[in-house]
Design a protein around this ligand. Structure first.
Ligand code: DC
Length: 226
């Protein structure tokens, strides 16, 4: 039995916060796959390419080199030798990432990279299709969700705490838009794998969710405790 944990769910459900803490506690490596889609979206956007231009996307994909490295335990995304970990977090890149993630060639390219990373060492990987497509054999599969209003409030709090001037109605609209696009795309849509455990975080604290996932993991494979 492997020591892989797959965490999927919609935007703003708390996946990265939770996955990072679970990885820390269990001594696993955290892999944020959303960052990879964001990296491709950033590259294409800077070239003036839109998600409805499949031919240009295919040509440009060949010029992209993506690397994942860790600095002080934090995942860094290196796009053609430049650390883009900050610029991929802009709201327009969130939107673009969801759009470029519908392109089969983009997904195929990242699928390889994701599986290579998981083959190197045990991971907690988060995304939209990790349990259903990327790591179908993962020992633990969690589908993390929360009410859309709660997700919008959390994102609002996070951004205003960073000093950003944002409107909660815009955040809510953006989340709904991404949910729709991520769930309805033809290739590897956001979905709860058959054997995934649903965790609704709407009224749970971060520590409660982390504790629940660690318990599930150690029950499934006592090796997680070691
Ligand atoms: O998790 P995130 O918000 O950083 O992801 C950005 C977008 O990337 C998301 O809206 C959909 C896409 N994505 C995906 O399609 N599959 C994944 N495994 C991870 C992200």
């Amino acid at each position: 039995m492997n020591k892989e944990i797959a965490i999927d769910g919609p935007a703003g459900a708390g996946k990265s916060t939770i996955a990072k803490k679970v990885a820390e506690k269990l001594g696993l490596v955290y892999v944020d796959t959303g960052a990879m889609f964001r990296g491709i979206a950033l590259y294409m956007t800077e070239k003036g390419i839109e998600a409805n231009e499949p031919d240009r996307i295919k040509t440009e994909l060949e010029k992209i080199k993506l690397d994942i490295v860790y600095e002080d335990g934090e995942q860094q995304l290196i796009l053609n030798d430049e650390n883009v970990s900050k610029s991929i977090r802009k709201p327009e890149i969130s939107k673009a990432a969801s759009a470029f993630a519908t392109i089969p060639e983009v997904r195929a390219r990242l699928l390889n990279l994701q599986r290579e990373l998981a083959a190197k060492r045990p991971v907690v990987m988060d995304g939209r299709d990790i349990g259903s497509k990327v790591l179908p054999e993962a020992t633990v599969k969690i589908f993390l969700t929360a009410d859309v209003k709660v997700r919008a409030e959390r994102r609002y709090k996070e951004l205003t705490e960073k000093g950003e001037n944002v409107d909660i109605a815009d955040i809510m609209a953006d989340i709904k838009n991404r949910d729709e696009q991520d769930t309805k795309r033809a290739v590897s849509p956001l979905t709860q794998a058959e054997d995934a455990i649903l965790v609704d975080t709407s009224s749970l604290s971060i520590d409660e969710v982390v504790g629940a996932i660690i318990k599930i993991a150690c029950e499934k494979n006592p090796e997680f405790n070691k």
